[in-house]
Design a protein around this ligand. Sequence first.
Ligand code: AP5
Ligand code: MG
Length: 223
Amino acid sequence: MELILLGPPGAGKGTQSKLLETRYGVAQISTGDMLRAEVKAGSPIGLEAKSIMDAGKLVSDDILIRMIGERIHRPDCAKGFILDGFPRTVPQAEALDKLLHETAVDLDAVIELKVDEAVLVERISGRFTCAKCGTGYHDTFKRPQREGVCDVCGGTEFIRRPDDKAETVHARLEAYNAQTAPILPYYRAQGRLHVVDGMADMADVEAEIEAVLRKIGIPPAVS
Ligand code: AP5
Ligand code: MG
């Protein structure tokens, strides 16, 4: 299965693609996570990307296309992948088509998670993750079962993203509207775009995505 999850910052791309990764046995590829790993490692890409990400702008197409070109050929992508945060510009979408064509892989679907802007800001400003295993939480919508302890790994340290500050969130939304939203008509014209209500509860969003995938002939690998 080759799938793209599209949507503005805070739409639930990371949340849903992690759930799909488990259910369908395919790799989740988050370009945001990949870039944050480069920043943490202090690599040349990380050094270039840090100030751009902190300002809520988009890192250059060249860097992203190279990163994805290498990533989709790793062994964990043998059964397919879910792209979370890529493509984000029309040139990235065109480059992806070319990469998939060269690999003789067909994109199954592009799922747009639709969420109102006011809700996005609330979601992003309440978000935090376990420093040890990366499980995501939210101050209001998804607190750990035991206060201060990660449900998955028992870790007790949590982190917030530097680009989740209110002023940066607005810059990220602007970048989405100006540079990423124009790829929706690109995929609509290909007949691949499916719109899902991302305002619903997490479980309902997951069920709606699964319904789309069943409709196009892709059942879950794990029930
Ligand atoms: P990236 O990491 O991709 O961030 P983003 O697109 O801004 O999206 P987020 O990760 O903030 O949101 P999400 O949709 O994953 O939502 P989540 O599931 O966490 O990119 C970061 C930066 O990297 C970019 O700004 C750019 O600089 C750079 N970059 C990355 N890719 C690039 C590319 N291709 N080209 C150029 N630059 C690139 O959910 C958010 C919160 O809401 C969570 O707390 C969650 O628990 C909660 N939540 C989720 N779903 C629901 C629900 N249904 N109901 C209630 N709460 C929910
Ligand atoms: Mg994310």
